[in-house]
Design a protein around this ligand. Sequence first.
Ligand code: DHK
Length: 150
Amino acid sequence: MKSVMFLNGPNANLYGLDPSGTYGTDSFPQIEAACTARAEELGVRLEFRQSNHEGVLIDWVQEARQSCDGLLINAAGFSYTSIALLDALLAFDGPIIECHMSNIWKREPFRHQSFMSKAATGVIAGLGVKGYLLGLSAMAELIAADDTTD
Ligand code: DHK
């Protein structure tokens, strides 16, 4: 069975709690449950994780090099600041899909350039949790096409 890691960066644990609704109304546990259900449908093993700490995210990307066929990441605020996280992603061999709940290009200019995109196979933004599920479906296709692992 193929394995996928889905990493979520700082403050993602607060999704659904923000009264402005930028990140939708689903709580983080609800988002995780939806992704887990989609992964089951797709027949892929999913590691869904969240951290507020840059080094922890980097350690997880490095762990994924050993254990996962594909990586999805919403690096949240670290998207625009962390060359170190970009470097970790660049050292990952498989496909990477960068996800954002919101359309970052419709927002403040400081959110318009994600360093993560340099390492990403593709980027999904602005579709909320639907984008996460689409990302998982796309990832399942990408890793199925790579039959060097099973
Ligand atoms: C999430 C965040 O926490 C922000 O820092 C990013 C991203 C956007 C999102 O849309 O999921 O700017």
